[in-house]
Design a protein around this ligand. Structure first.
Ligand code: ADP
Ligand code: MG
Ligand code: ZN
Length: 598
């Protein structure tokens, strides 16, 4: 098996690489040559010989001398001469002494001594070595990347034992439960092998970014007290052929040396996506993927290596990865529920000073759908906002502001916009708010504002949904109406539409498409999963399926838009009232909003 690998590698030694190198070398020398020649010409006119400088000094013609620490090249400004000259001083210390005696004698010489700056002139010796040095560096780099440099560290690995424990991972109780078996295996492999128990070689973690996949992988290593070797799939995507595969090999060589250990491959979809076509980058990925499969099949159960991999796009993965003996165990890491969010907030506020009025429960309630990383981010932002507000400790308002900052971006009160834009924004936001007020499945409005935030001109915030596992079709339809309420109000009141609705439209389109292609909510097309299907797979559902799907998505959107218009026409008085209030106060909170409807 290993012989095979070697052959593969030889084939991959690219001739093109060497040609590229020679070309780079020639260009480099040429560019440097021109640069130096030009510089020399300019320099020649401005150079003042050292002996001449001494003469000028004794004549009292020197007005200013500028020197940089560690540089023998100085700048000299003579009286009545505009242009500064450059002189190379054989010995800076004795030169400074000389100048100082001149000053003591009554000469008015301004001596400026600057620390050496980045822009300091490159000493000429270095310049002549520069091309060689650059070439050397290039060669070393390439050799290392090719994996020929013997002990070259080619991948980013954290072989340090991590201190992260399961206690640092909030929520995810069932997932941790599943992981305990792995921890025990890493600690006492004999116990398991004696029993003939089959331990998974590979575990795939599925979940949105920021849900704690890396964290839990580290915690397993931390609990088992074994090294954690990690690598990100995107690092394998390289410009030189064969490199990805050789990196995989090195990764596993290292793992064998350090076993028992955890190998963590983040973003595995970058290498493990379906092997479909045969062209370019795909082929490179295939080699990398094949190498990964070879390595995973290669190590025996006596070698205590557990490979953990993470992805947020499980549907992209090559099925070969999921076969027995490879990543045959899959664990979904969900976005945290209410209890999970509360625990995450607790963990990340351990080292922060919270004011008495802070109620983590209510913040957890307000942040449905947030990931662990986002919650951590909110607490960090809150600390910054508290500092800005000169608060003693983090207050509830700081955290609420942080939530808004993370969701809609930073408030930009400074941005000036015209009366016309303001009116448009006011009607747009009022449109969202009024429409959703009349939609039973939509949550209450929490705040409406026309103060720009992030890229948004204004925003309508809703009270957070309680955690739900299922969303009904009605709810999704009404969500579409609420999203299009902004655009509908613009059309209705100003009889013109703007770019301000682009994000709403993007979100609405995605929801409508998911309804049809993922959740089977179209009456005409039925409960079929059309997502991520190859053209030939689509064919089996009949002719022109793409057109039919498109038509269904369009119908959903059109119907929702019309419904938004209807609702706003019906409640035009409320729309006007709220838009006017926004123009006056810029922001309306929950209570004020409710008052309009009493
Ligand atoms: P992923 O790898 O899934 O993208 P990470 O593990 O990198 O997510 O999570 C990023 C950060 O978010 C972590 O370092 C941690 O601070 C925080 N975090 C995420 N999930 C949790 C959790 N369940 N408990 C505590 N902190 C979490
Ligand atoms: Mg990660
Ligand atoms: Zn909008």
């Amino acid at each position: 098996m290993s012989k095979n690998n070697k052959n593969k590698k030889k084939q991959n030694q690219p001739v093109g690489l060497w040609i590229a190198l020679v070309v780079i070398f020639i260009i480099l020398i040429a560019v440097l040559g021109i640069f130096l020649m030009e510089n020399k010409e300019k320099e020649d006119q401005k150079i003042l010989a050292y002996t001449d400088l001494i003469k000028e000094l004794s004549y009292g013609n020197v007005e200013k001398i500028e020197m940089k620490t560690g540089s023998t090249t100085i700048k000299v400004k003579m009286k009545n001469v505009e242009e500064e000259k450059t002189t190379i001083v054989p010995n800076t210390e004795s030169f400074i002494e000389l100048v100082q005696t001149k000053v003591a004698e009554g000469n008015e010489i301004e001596l400026i001594q600057k620390p050496r700056s980045v822009a300091a002139q490159i000493p000429s010796i270095l310049i002549s070595f520069l091309p060689t040095a650059i070439m050397l560096a290039l060669f070393i780099m390439i050799f290392k990347m090719q994996g020929l440099g013997e002990k070259g560290k080619v991948y980013d690995d954290t072989e340090r034992k991590t201190k992260i424990k399961f206690d640092d991972v909030a929520g995810l109780e069932e997932e941790k439960e599943e992981m305990i078996e792995i921890v025990e295996f890493l600690k006492k492999p004999e116990k398991f092998t004696k029993m003939g128990a089959r331990i998974p070689k590979g575990v795939l973690l599925y979940g949105k970014p920021g849900t704690g996949k890396t964290l839990i992988a580290k915690a397993i290593a931390g609990e088992a007290e074994v090294p954690f070797i990690s690598m990100s799939g995107s690092e394998f995507i390289e410009m030189f052929a064969g490199l990805g595969a050789s990196r995989v090999r090195k990764l596993f060589d290292k793992a064998r040396r350090l076993a028992p250990c955890i190998v963590f491959i983040d973003e595995i979809d970058a290498i493990g996506s379906r092997r479909t076509s045969n062209s370019g980058a795909e082929t490179e990925n295939n080699q990398t993927l094949n190498q990964l499969l070879v390595e995973m099949d290669g190590f025996s159960s006596e070698e205590t290596i557990i490979v953990l991999a993470a992805t947020n796009r499980p549907e992209m993965l090559d099925k070969a990865l999921l076969r027995p003996g490879r990543f045959d165990r899959q664990i979904t890491i969900p976005t945290p529920d209410l209890k999970g969010r509360l625990e995450i907030l607790k963990i990340h506020s351990r080292d922060k000073k919270l004011a008495e009025d802070v109620n983590l429960e209510s913040i957890a309630e307000d942040t449905a759908g947030f990931t662990g990383a986002e919650l951590e981010n909110i607490l960090n932002e809150a600390a910054i906002i508290a500092t800005k507000n000169k608060h003693e400790d983090i207050e509830n308002e700081d955290i609420e502001e942080a939530v808004k900052k993370v969701t809609v971006g930073l408030e930009k009160r400074g941005r000036v916009y015209s009366e016309k834009d303001k009116k448009l924004t006011a009607y747009h936001e009022a449109g969202h708010a009024v429409v959703s007020r009349y939609l039973p499945t939509q949550t209450d409005v929490k705040e409406v504002s026309i103060i720009p935030r992030g890229v948004a001109g204004g925003y309508t915030m809703y009270k957070s949904d309680e955690d739900k596992y299922y969303i009904s079709k009605t709810e999704m339809q009404e969500k579409l109406i609420a999203l299009l309420g902004g655009r509908a109000a613009e059309k209705l009141v100003l009889n013109d539409i703007s770019t301000g609705a682009s994000n709403d439209i993007e979100v609405a389109t995605k929801i409508a498409r998911d309804m049809v292609t993922k959740y089977g909510m179209s009456d005409i097309l039925g409960p079929i999963d059309f997502q991520g299907k190859e053209p030939y797979e689509m064919q089996m559902f009949g002719e022109n399926m793409g057109d039919k799907i498109g038509a269904e998505v369009k119908t959903l959107i059109d119907t929702a838009y019309q419904e938004a218009i209807n609702l706003l026409e019906q409640h035009r008085d409320k729309l006007d009232l709220i838009a006017e209030a926004l123009l006056e106060k810029e922001k309306i909170n929950e209570e004020d909003f409710k008052r309009f409807f009493n």
